[in-house]
Design a protein around this ligand. Structure first.
Ligand code: ADP
Ligand code: MG
Length: 725
């Protein structure tokens, strides 16, 4: 849009000209939104007019019932309309607070109103102005008054925005008030809502009696009744779940139309592998292994998610599948979330298949040395170039690595299976990119996660994947004793730790942050909490004053990889007794000798994450403990900590977590980039099923979504986000 020339419409002043605006106009180009507000809005993910429209209120206040002044009652919230009879500013002499005293009257009487510290009001509100007020009558020293009400001038006959109606309340971030949002949003909505096109098929709107989008977007922000607000929310929930279902069903259809290598189960091989293990597989391990092997036998790409608690033994299951694939004449790739874990897996897998004469490669991101393990020989270091060549020639049977595996340079001769540790998913394109002979077949995919997903979420956001659960731990593991430790018992727990170390055991201490004063949230924005425990301070405190005679190590994400690895190694080799760490130890690290997991600032972690931490101990025959510290007494925190104590099983815990927190914070949900309102409705199993059905019907009639270009566009956008393409 050319923003430097007059558009010809009456009163055009470029930036503030409505004729210049559309849904994709960046918020920076809107009148009244300066750089500070832009930054605040961006923190909410709001960059354009459209984003602003889809920033939904999280609740409403009903001020629609305007009553006569004479009916106003003490200690009740009310809404009145009247004229300003008097207005003046004063100051309290003691506290130096500014007070604006106003008298407002209607036909039935007059009441006093007081605003605190808003002396500027006197510039906008004048004697004789008509005004609408919403607030609470309270009793002061001398008489009763309406305390700090929301106000709205009734000068123009425009509809009310902040009072005298059902008022939207938005989730507020620092300095972004609902009043301000309403003030910005309303004129934009009035002017631009007609430009919003409805992505939902007309038939669906009709069949399910949904509001159309223009009506819904208005009613969700400025509802005429609470019932209409609900209808509007329902429409958006329906749409969100419908989109997700459409995406996952479509992904399924695409997968089902592709070819994958059909690799028969080599029973003799599988039995030999199982015999070679130093333990007996659990029933759940056997069952999921069998499902996976059966999938791989089919000429269609497997798309399976293997869910199982920390320590439930997913690696063996994946290894068995890889072995079968490799002996069937194909290569396998194994992707881990971090370099440390990739290296750990390399060792574990090499050990698991040591009797089977395989060539394994390790490819990580940063370093230039790569390692290949020829069976029963030592590890040989080779250059990256060589490793890539060997992979492309098909000489590496199993390539293990980090995200580096999906670089364009990495090509396989005949990739049969991709294993992803900690849930990423790959689309057709990503899988095809890995294989050299893309035209013929795409590899099977097994992704694994230790974060159990509640059933409704599994049905929707992971609807494109088939699920296998490992819902039991190997026998002989002791339940980790979990305790919330109160302030006064902190010293006792340190004493306990000393005793454990004396017995030769090791301890984890987890802190929410790396250093004090670092106040950032997930998106890197500055937040206001400085009091959370930090690794560096805690390390200093523990090593200098609490455990001066013990070896206390430190681990966090900002340390160079080499140092991190050295620390992990030292911890593994018992050169360090106590490891103070951030959440970097969350996934996968295996230290069977650790028996105490101490978590500081527990309220700052999700339940799944806390459960993951706890899973770092109790990996051996020794009794292990998880000590939780929190100074939050919020109800939700208490509920969550109780859930953690009650449930040792991650699946149960996940269901509880879903009830307490709602789905918004579950791993995998954020990626969809949906408003909380929609994510919340993922809990609603009936709606989930209804939208799934609607998506199925739509795709049956129009598999390519030719009739619905807006839907198709949305689905494609999902693909880019979900598959990290
Ligand atoms: P995760 O599911 O968290 O990835 P791992 O695969 O790392 O778990 O397994 C955790 C530990 O349990 C490993 O040391 C592994 O060798 C061991 N393990 C796996 N399966 C069994 C089993 N059936 N019995 C005993 N130990 C097992
Ligand atoms: Mg694992």
């Amino acid at each position: 849009m050319d923003r430097t020339s007059d558009c010809g419409s009456e009163g055009c002043r470029f930036d503030s000209c409505r004729a210049h605006m559309n849904l994709s106009t960046p918020i920076g180009q809107l009148p009244r939104i300066g750089p500070i507000y832009q930054r605040k809005l961006k923190r909410l993910g709001v960059k354009t007019v459209k984003d602003l429209f889809f920033h939904f209120p999280h609740r409403y206040e009903d001020f629609s019932n305007i009553i006569p002044v004479s009916n106003v009652k003490l200690n009740e919230t009310c809404c009145i309309q009247g004229k300003i009879l008097e207005i003046e500013n004063t100051r309290t002499w003691r506290k130096k607070m500014s007070l604006t005293h106003v008298v407002v009257g209607d036909k039935t009487g007059a009441i006093k109103v007081i605003w605190y510290n808003q002396p500027y009001l006197i510039k906008t509100l004048k004697k004789g102005d008509s005004i609408c007020l919403t607030g609470k009558m309270v009793l002061g020293k001398r008489d009763a008054y309406l305390n700090n009400p929301s106000y709205e001038k009734l000068g123009s006959l425009e509809d009310l925005t902040h009072t005298g109606r059902i008022v939207p309340v938005y989730p507020e971030t620092e300095g972004l008030s609902s009043r301000w949002l309403r003030f910005i949003l309303k004129p934009l909505l009035i002017h631009l809502k007609s430009k919003i096109k409805d992505p939902l098929p007309k038939e669906i709107i009709k069949k399910h009696k949904l509001l159309d989008i223009q009506k819904a977007i208005w009613q969700v922000h400025f509802p005429d009744s609470l019932n209409l607000a609900k209808k509007a929310q329902e429409r958006f929930s329906f749409e969100g779940l419908f989109d997700i279902s459409l995406f996952t069903l479509k992904a399924r259809m695409i997968m089902a139309s592709k070819k994958a290598p059909s690799i028969p189960i080599d029973l003799e091989l599988v039995q030999r592998f199982v015999k070679s293990l130093s333990f007996k597989l659990t029933d759940a391990q056997k069952k999921s292994s069998w499902r996976i092997l059966k999938d791989i036998e089919k000429p269609r790409p497997m798309n399976r998610l293997l869910e199982g608690d920390v320590g439930s033994g997913k690696t063996v299951v994946a290894t068995m599948a890889a072995l079968n694939v490799i002996k069937g004449g194909y290569q396998a790739a194994f992707m881990a979330p971090t370099e440390i874990l990739a290296k750990q897996h390399f060792k574990t897998l090499a050990d698991l298949v040591k009797d089977f004469k395989l060539d394994l490669g390790l490819l990580t991101g940063k370093e230039d040395k790569f390692v290949s393990k020829k069976l029963k020989n030592d590890v040989i270091e080779i250059s990256r170039k060589k490793l890539l060549e060997k992979t492309e020639e098909g000489k590496i049977n199993l390539l293990i690595g980090t995200h580096a595996l999906i670089q364009d340079k990495v090509k396989f001769a005949n990739l049969g299976l991709v294993i992803l540790d900690e849930q990423h998913r790959f689309g057709v394109k990503q899988r095809a990119k890995l294989s050299k002979k893309t035209k013929q077949a795409i590899p099977h995919l097994l992704s694994m996660t230790a974060t159990p997903i509640p059933r409704t979420l599994a049905l929707t956001i992971y609807g494109d994947l088939d699920l296998s659960l490992i819902n039991e731990l190997p026998k002989g593991r002791k339940k980790v004793i979990t305790k919330v430790v109160s302030l006064k018992d902190r010293q006792k727990s340190y004493g306990f730790i000393k005793k454990q170390v004396k017995k030769g055991k090791q301890i984890f201490v987890i802190c929410p942050r790396i250093e004090k004063g670092e106040k950032k949230d997930k998106k890197g924005d500055i937040l206001g909490w400085a009091e959370a425990k930090a690794v560096k301070e805690e390390h200093k405190k523990l090593s200098e004053s609490i455990f001066p005679h013990l070896k206390v190590g430190m681990l966090h994400g900002k340390m160079p990889l080499k140092e991190k690895e050295r620390m992990m190694k030292d911890f593994k080799n018992k050169k360090v007794d106590i490891l103070v760490s951030t959440s970097v130890v969350e996934v996968g690290i295996d230290i069977p000798n650790a028996t105490v997991m101490m978590i500081e600032g527990a309220e700052r972690f999700g339940l799944a994450q806390l459960h993951q931490f706890r899973g770092r101990v109790g990996r051996s025959k020794y009794q292990s403990y998880c000590f939780i510290f929190t100074d939050s007494s919020a109800k939700k925190t208490t509920q969550r900590m109780k859930a953690l104590i009650d449930c040792e099983n991650g699946f149960e815990l996940a269901e509880r977590d879903l009830k307490i927190r709602g789905p918004g914070d579950f791993s995998g949900t954020r990626q969809w980039g949906m408003p909380d309102l929609i994510m919340d409705s993922l809990k609603d199993i009936f709606l989930v099923e209804k939208t799934k059905e609607a998506a199925r019907e739509t795709l049956e009639l129009d598999p390519q979504l030719k009739k619905y270009p807006l839907l198709r566009e949305k689905i494609e956008e999902f693909g880019e986000r979900i598959y990290l393409e």
